[in-house]
Design a protein around this ligand. Structure first.
Ligand code: GTP
Ligand code: MG
Length: 311
């Protein structure tokens, strides 16, 4: 593989700056945008564009044939949610190379699904996992190792290992949250076999920090950048991304539960799968798949128990 120093217009100094900013990997560099690179590495946008162009050549990034796209799709892995019904609804589990969004009102089970997947990702492939490690970005301080323990127990897994394979980042504000997402590249490059990134919840800090119409554009720009980072990691390293999201009332709906995800079009376009969770009677949860590229809309019913999700 080519080294950063081999790229035209990259000297030893720039190469070091790139590494320090998390662009040690040629593929990571090739998928950066000039703006992102110029901000993070503190170089001019023109130079950044040239460096990216050179990295793309080195990585042979070009048009692909549909056959190549299909081959890449064959690498897509799926992680079980623990509920067969929910797995089927989303095409066999939470997919790598994509962003899956779970949204719903408080107590609908978003954090429960997050905990469940932080365990199931570690299962062997035959059992619906990807034998992988997990990054858990916790923005609401609701990550509970005790809950992981209960679920891991139900799967008969060795608790200590399971806990050691979950890299938890407590994000204190939206900038911190974005920074932690950027740092996942380093974690992977240092050898961690990350197969799932969870952000629970994606919008909480953004919503709290950017209030009022006048800050909306800035918020959406930051959010877009954050999602771009996550999607790039997903593509580059064949990783799944699970984000949870809150709902707001539609101004035109007078009754019923609020069903509109926050985050606007930026988020709507970024997530490949959107799952709306609703609370049902006696602990039941109803999941509805909303706008998926190739799956029919539908619903699945599951329950949250001490052992995790069950049909
Ligand atoms: P917010 O983060 O507040 O928006 O909600 P959320 O969607 O993340 O809700 P969460 O996933 O935390 O769901 C909480 C609900 O899960 C609780 O009200 C319980 O009904 C259920 N739950 C959580 N832990 C357990 C458990 O150990 N056993 C059982 N049976 N249910 C549980
Ligand atoms: Mg929650």
């Amino acid at each position: 593989m080519a080294e950063l120093e081999d790229l035209p217009s990259v000297g030893e100094k720039t190469a070091q700056k790139l590494r320090d900013a998390g662009f040690a990997d040629m593929m990571r560099l090739a998928t950066a945008t000039p703006k992102e690179l110029s901000v993070k590495v503190e170089i001019g946008e023109g130079v950044a564009a040239k460096v990216i162009e050179a990295a793309r050549k080195a990585e042979k990034i070009d048009f692909e044939t549909a056959f190549e796209v299909m081959e890449r799709r064959e690498d897509v892995g799926r992680i079980t949610t623990g509920s067969k019904g929910l797995d089927e609804l989303i095409g066999g589990g939470v997919e790598t190379q994509s962003i899956t969004e779970v949204y719903g009102e408080f107590g609908s089970g978003k954090s429960q699904i997050s905990h469940e997947l932080s365990v199931t990702t570690q299962l062997p492939v035959e059992e619906g996992g990807l034998d992988g490690e997990v990054v858990f970005i916790d923005t609401e301080n609701t990550f509970r190792p005790e809950r992981v323990e209960q679920i891991a127990n139900a799967f008969g897994l060795e608790i200590e290992n399971v806990l050691k394979n979950i890299h938890v980042a407590r994000a204190f504000n939206s900038s911190h949250q974005m920074l932690m997402a950027d740092k996942i590249n380093e974690l992977i490059q240092s050898g961690a076999n990350i197969k799932l990134i969870i952000v629970d919840s994606l919008m909480a800090h953004f919503r709290a920090e950017y209030v009022g119409r006048e800050s909306l554009a800035t918020r959406q720009q930051k959010l877009n950048q954050h999602l771009h980072t996550l999607q790039t990691i997903a593509n580059t390293y064949n990783v799944a991304v699970l984000i949870t999201n809150q709902v707001q009332s539609k101004p035109d709906a007078f009754f019923g539960t609020p069903t509109k995800a926050v985050g606007g079009h930026v988020l709507g376009h970024a997530s490949t799968y959107r799952i709306l969770l609703k609370k049902g009677l006696s602990g039941k949860r109803i999941a509805r798949l909303v706008d998926s590229p190739h799956l029919p809309e539908g619903e699945a019913v599951f329950k949250v128990t001490t052992d995790g999700l069950v049909d």
